[in-house]
Design a binder for this molecule. Structure first.
Ligand code: ZN
Length: 133
């Protein structure tokens, strides 16, 4: 699922709203800004993903990592064995002081830490502001 950063969020049945914006919905088919991960941002996003919202039934694997290996469970069921944090099934939301709500996939932490994704500065500011409260 790819959405450009800071476009109105729409997923499923929700109507797009001008104050609810996408962040970090990356795709291997689209270039994204990179930078050195901000330690404060990483710590705050770790806290946010501990309480995900809008969980889905499916899992989304990181498109930038190698395809996960298949393993066979004790019950002889073939399963994917993805590396830790390379798959996500929900979102995080954080509101800025200006009333903008940013919606990011759980994979956003992995994108920042493993792939150097640099989210928009206004998102970083909102997350760090949230973590200080
Ligand atoms: Zn990855």
């Amino acid at each position: 699922m790819y959405f450009p950063d800071l476009t109105p969020y729409e997923y499923g049945q929700t109507e797009p709203q001008p104050n609810v914006l996408n962040v970090g919905w990356l795709s291997a088919a689209q270039a994204f800004p990179v930078g050195i991960p901000d330690e404060q941002l990483v710590r705050a996003v770790e806290r946010l993903i501990a309480s995900p919202v809008n969980l889905t039934r499916g899992w989304h694997f990181c498109e930038f990592c190698p395809k996960p290996a298949k393993t066979v469970s004790p019950g002889r069921i073939r399963m994917l064995d993805p590396a830790a944090r390379t798959l996500g099934n929900g979102e995080i939301r954080v509101a800025s002081a200006a009333g903008i709500i940013y919606v990011a996939p759980l994979l956003v932490l992995h994108y920042v830490v493993a792939h150097g994704y640099l989210p928009p500065q206004e998102f970083i500011d909102a997350v760090i502001e949230w973590s200080a409260t």
